[in-house]
Design a protein around this ligand. Structure first.
Ligand code: BGC
Length: 742
């Protein structure tokens, strides 16, 4: 019996895909580009599993998502290979957002490291664990720019800035995909495009984005992910300028393929193709499938009754060309072939356990968390605390002891037992010589959400039904009063951030601020620890508390990282990846806005509140002290199209070795468009030893100096005068000037 050409590893993936394509019926082609959710509702588990397994057997499913167990992965793969007509292996996808079993800090925290190396390493561990259990593809990174913290998914991205966002996007793609060898997975940057601009921060709401914002702000992270080789892109749900992203031919074909140069396959967001009908764009499911596919969408992700199941009818009715279906199928088959799935479809079930429990993964999770913490305020060197001078420490707040909340949203396969909370971390670090007294204090109401988005662990500390807020508050204040220092942990529950978790306020939930006020009034020094995925209203704390540490949702070993930082074993160096507003009424607030007609009054534009942020973009303090000097340019005058180099000396004038994130900002004084007052164009996280100096260089040329202008409807670089600043935040004041001539 001759082996079919598509099984011949000596041929190229393209040749093999063409051969296989020629053997498929139209129904089988539609099946290859259909992706089903596996079991997501535990109560309907058997029925859901049966539907999906039947679809695999009959060639109606080419991919499945939400399989996270090696034995289930192998079982489904066996059905595809042994029971379906051509034995085509399945592509198994899942949301591996910040780790699988070992949970790393949430993505916004990864961005706060400002270290592409750290981020790449973290996501390569996530990929290794995912691949070990049979996952081939992650729906990550989320590279949506987020400028409205009411939007809960800010926690999944890299914040407000396109240049930081692009670097973080590329690092994650490199980490996940590597060389696509046996320890890596396909990366799927999402959600293409503009999802973060949801009106009012309301998840899934429509987005209206101008062309200049689209090209200058929202697309650069996708471009970077594509340039880094991302094999997949996920389309967004919402209407972009009135056309749903998942049925938008201009977006999915002209922009993504022709402009950004993407050559992988596009998957829809969950049920986004069927939703073309819900959103009153498509007439019916057949229309939805035909239009999504014709727009350039290659694979439908769905719960049930896929619109792509109607593609054969659409072909018969002349509503979609079979050639367009072939193109999509070919892309999906090539992805499977490139991964080597025809040769190695199964995963090693025994080995998978030791991979996901590897101690070095946990150690890396801790190191990553350490790099992500942002010291927002530290008056009078309150931090680090000196353990030798302490007899007692109060740890206050439910989040300090909540394993589940320490992990953040988008985790499914963690082991709660492995989680080190902030309370655990402090107890471990302080040992028996310091008395650590914990008081949960006021309740933080859990948000009641559909189970899919909740993913609570039943073993988790809840605010018990008989919780008496008043009594707990009094107890917490008493514990603080009786201690040398109070570490007060405030924030939001993990399910108050993430998908479908928009907030109309930035207030801390429950009575957390009131409790903080009463603790501050005791006179015990307070260290405030903030556990959130977005900025919250910290106006009281900024005025009345001397040290504030933003810890995000720091992951499996987060508590150790927080304790090590508070006690000074680690010097914090994270920086904010967004502007921190004072109040929800400030939203949206970004650092890279244009100059107004009244520049001098910029700080006084609201009569009822200052209109400066509470903390600027790029802000983050250190226990060390850095001085910037000797800012210079290789050439102070260049022509359009030419480049120069910006150089600065960064001295660590303290007695501690520490990292600093050196940031380069520009502003052009006149040109084809008005340009932002400040715009990040380069950054480097460097380690500078105590008493030492590092020289840091940044290229500055057409890539940094050009932009998309609505005046010419294209990219321009102006002959102009460019202000340049380098420093440790967007408020850097060491500056120089570059002349660019025509
Ligand atoms: C989210 C995606 C996610 C998908 C699969 C959707 O609701 O928007 O980001 O990848 O579900 O879990």
């Amino acid at each position: 019996m001759t082996v079919p050409a598509f099984r011949d590893p000596a041929l190229t993936p393209e040749q093999r895909a063409d051969d296989l394509l020629s053997r498929l019926t139209l129904e089988e082609k539609a099946g290859q580009i259909t992706q089903y959710f596996y079991v997501i509702d535990p109560e309907a588990a058997d029925e859901q599993a049966r539907v999906v397994e039947d679809a695999i057997r009959t060639g109606r499913a080419g991919s499945v998502l939400f399989v996270r167990d090696a034995s289930v992965a192998n079982r489904l793969q066996r059905i595809a290979i042994e029971e379906s007509r051509h034995g085509i292996p399945l592509l198994l996808g899942f949301d591996v957002i910040h780790g699988l079993r070992t949970i790393f800090p949430v993505p916004i925290a990864l961005a706060a490291t400002w270290s592409p190396e750290v981020i790449e390493r973290a996501q390569s561990v996530a990929a290794r664990e995912a691949r070990a259990v049979g996952i081939h593809w992650t729906f990550a990174p989320m590279v949506d720019i987020a400028r409205d913290p009411r939007w809960g998914r800010m926690v999944e991205g890299a914040g407000e800035d396109p240049v930081l966002g692009a670097a973080v996007a590329a690092a994650q793609v490199r980490g996940f995909q590597g060389d696509l060898s046996a320890e890596h997975v396909i990366a799927g940057p999402k959600h293409f495009a503009g999802y973060g601009a949801a009106r009012g921060g309301r998840d899934y709401d429509d987005a209206e984005i101008s062309d200049s914002e689209l090209w200058n702000v929202y697309l650069p992270p996708f471009q970077a992910a594509v340039d880094a080789g991302a094999g997949n892109v996920m389309s967004a749900y919402m209407d972009l300028n009135g056309v749903p992203a998942s049925g938008n031919n201009w977006l999915l074909t002209d922009v993504l393929r022709d402009h950004l140069g993407f050559d992988g396959f596009v998957v829809s967001d969950a049920d986004a193709v069927r939703s073309l009908r819900t959103q009153h764009f498509a007439r019916d499911l057949t229309d939805a499938g035909a239009r999504a596919l014709s727009a350039g969408l290659d694979m439908e992700m769905c719960m049930a009754d896929p619109a792509f199941g109607h593609l054969p009818e659409a072909v018969a009715a002349g509503r979609v060309a079979e050639a367009a279906i072939d193109t999509a199928v070919r892309r999906v088959l090539i992805a499977k072939l490139r991964m080597g799935l025809f040769e190695n479809p199964f995963t090693d079930e025994v080995a998978s356990t030791s991979v996901v429990t590897a101690p070095e993964h946990k150690a890396l999770a801790r190191a990553t968390a350490e790099q992500s913490l942002v010291l927002l305020k530290n008056d009078a060197q309150t931090l680090p605390l000196d353990a030798a001078r302490l007899a007692s420490v109060a740890v206050i707040g439910q989040l300090a002891a909540s394993k589940r909340d320490t992990l953040g949203p988008w985790v499914f396969d963690h082991d709660t037992e492995e989680v080190v909370t902030i309370l655990d971390g402090l107890r471990q670090r302080l040992g028996d010589s310091v008395a650590v007294e914990y008081a949960p204090g006021v309740g933080i109401p859990r948000r009641l959400v559909p189970s899919f988005f909740d993913n609570q662990d039943p073993s988790v500390e809840e605010t018990a039904d008989d919780h008496d807020d008043e009594a707990e508050l009094r107890r917490a204040v008493g514990v603080a009063e009786a201690s040398d220092v109070a570490v007060v942990v405030v924030g939001q529950r993990q399910n108050q951030a993430g998908e479908f978790a928009s907030a109309s306020t930035l207030d801390l939930p429950g009575r957390q601020v009131e409790q903080l006020e009463r603790i501050v009034a005791t006179g015990t020094p307070v260290v405030l620890v903030v556990m959130t995925g977005r900025p919250v209203d910290l106006r009281f704390a900024e005025k009345n508390v001397s040290a504030i540490l933003q810890v995000w949702y720091p992951g499996t070993r987060g508590g150790e990282a927080v304790a090590a930082t508070i006690l000074g074993d680690v010097t914090p160096a994270g920086k904010l990846p967004f502007t921190w507003p004072r109040h929800v009424g400030h939203v949206p607030m970004i650092y890279s806005h244009n100059r107004t007609f009244k520049p001098a009054d910029q700080g006084r534009r609201y009569w009822d509140e200052e209109s400066t942020p509470l903390y600027v973009f790029g802000h983050g303090l250190s226990y060390a002290r850095f001085e910037y000097s000797n800012l210079r340019l290789d050439a102070e005058r260049i022509r359009v199209g030419q480049s120069t180099v910006v150089t600065v000396d960064v001295s660590n004038v303290s007695t501690r070795d520490a990292d600093e994130v050196v940031q380069l900002y520009i502003h052009q004084r006149y040109g084809t468009s008005s340009r932002p007052l400040r715009q990040l164009v380069g950054f480097q996280r460097v380690t500078v030893e105590a008493g030492n100096m590092r020289t840091v260089r940044f290229p500055l040329g057409p890539d940094e100096l050009s932009y998309w202008s609505a005046a010419t409807r294209g990219r321009v670089q102006d002959a102009t005068t460019v202000d340049i600043w380098v420093g440790g935040s967007s408020a850097a004041d060491l500056g120089t000037v570059l002349e660019v001539t025509g």
